[in-house]
Ligand binder design. Structure first.
Ligand SMILES: Nc1ncnc2c1ncn2[C@@H]1O[C@H](COP(=O)(O)OP(=O)(O)O)[C@@H](O)[C@H]1O
Ligand SMILES: [Mg+2]
Length: 335
């Protein structure tokens, strides 16, 4: 089967002019600054999967999506979308994909939801005989059937974003490109939009999306490419990415004890890897990376009892993609 997207050494270099108007009038040579926004990335999106590009602001996600949607020409490398070359056959690519690159800003607020879809159906050359049924199907898919005849200006942000997704669905595309589909949505609207994306996958469509929310990439995507400074630094299923962190789980302990706790920390360190410990007001805080909290926590209680200490609080948190990003880049994903 043809891959939904194949990017090979895909690169985008932006040139920023640095010549002032006066320099230009004097005929001075243009000093152009080259900036590599997407730096020779390789990835394949298989048909039927939800694939995520995860990275912080400025990582090159939107630039990548725009090249795949044929809105920006690659500087180097190649990209096949549904087997079609974005460079040589951009019109064929555009006719076959659904893209939501700027979300609600691409809608007409003074029209109703249905009128927006009618307008874009004409623009996308949906056959007139199919338009009505296609729009009804799209409205149902994005759960807007009952609000179809309200003006978009009366929609919530989440509803507008769903309508923008509906717009992308109008050509009945096998592949959807969604650039930060949940950015700016409240948690419930974001959850709702993720549900719609999962339904698209169940309906047999392929989804390539970008996000800077690690939880979103983790929950929604079959595979994730972590992108930073225009380069893909890791690519795998979320669970596999998290397995690259040596710990399976992170345990945080608050221990009440009299002494300085050095012996206790030493003993805990034999059961897991002590990532951090500090003392404040008679409480020892210890963060331990371990393979299994189920094994570690009972052992920790035994150790504490043996030292005449009491564990006042235990918190077990799973390894997240944040830990993966941190270990790969030395920086936090969250701003
Ligand atoms: N048209 C452009 N001209 C020059 N630089 C650009 C242009 N578009 C984006 N960039 C730069 O390329 C980098 C990647 O941007 P972008 O792809 O929008 O990142 P992301 O979507 O991951 O936040 C940023 O540093 C941005 O400033
Ligand atoms: Mg972006």
């Amino acid at each position: 089967m043809t891959a939904a997207v194949e990017a090979r050494s895909l690169t985008k270099v932006f040139e920023r002019g640095r010549r002032t108007v006066w320099q230009r009038l004097r005929g001075e040579p243009d000093q152009r600054e080259r900036f590599t926004a997407v730096d020779s990335i390789d990835f394949t999106v298989e048909a039927g999967e939800i694939f995520g590009l995860l990275g912080p602001n400025g990582a090159g996600k939107t630039t990548t999506m725009k090249m795949l949607a044929t809105l920006l020409e690659p500087t180097n490398g190649e990209a096949l979308v549904l087997g079609i070359d974005v460079r040589s056959q951009p019109r064929d690519v555009r006719a076959r994909i659904g893209a939501m690159l700027s979300g609600e800003r691409s809608l007409y607020w003074k029209l109703t939801g249905r009128e927006n879809l009618e307008y874009f159906a004409a623009l996308y050359h949906v056959p007139p005989r199919e338009t009505r049924s296609r729009i009804d199907a799209v409205l149902a898919a994005v759960k807007l059937s009952d609000r179809a005849d309200d003006y978009v200006e009366r929609y919530s942000t989440g509803m507008r974003q769903r309508l923008a997704l509906g717009r992308a669905l109008l050509p009945d595309p096998p592949l959807l490109l969604l650039d930060e589909p949940t950015v700016g949505l409240d948690p419930q609207a974001a959850r709702d939009l993720r549900d719609r994306v999962r339904e698209l996958k169940r309906g047999g469509r392929t989804v390539l999306l970008t996000t800077h929310y690690m939880e979103e990439a983790d929950q929604l995507c079959d595979r994730v490419a972590i992108i930073d400074h225009g380069k893909i630094v890791a690519l795998d299923a979320p669970a596999a990415l998290k397995r690259t962190i040596r710990a399976e789980e992170v345990v945080r302990l608050e221990v009440g004890l009299a002494g300085d706790g050095a012996v206790l920390v030493d003993h805990l360190g034999r059961q897991g890897r002590v990532a951090h410990h500090d003392r404040e007001n008679g409480t020892l805080n210890v963060t331990v990376h371990c393979d299994s909290a189920r094994d570690f926590v009972p052992a920790a209680f035994d150790i504490a009892r043996g030292q005449g200490a009491t564990i006042k609080h235990v918190e077990v948190v799973p390894v997240t993609l944040e830990d993966v990003f941190l270990s790969l880049t030395g920086r936090e994903l969250r701003e």
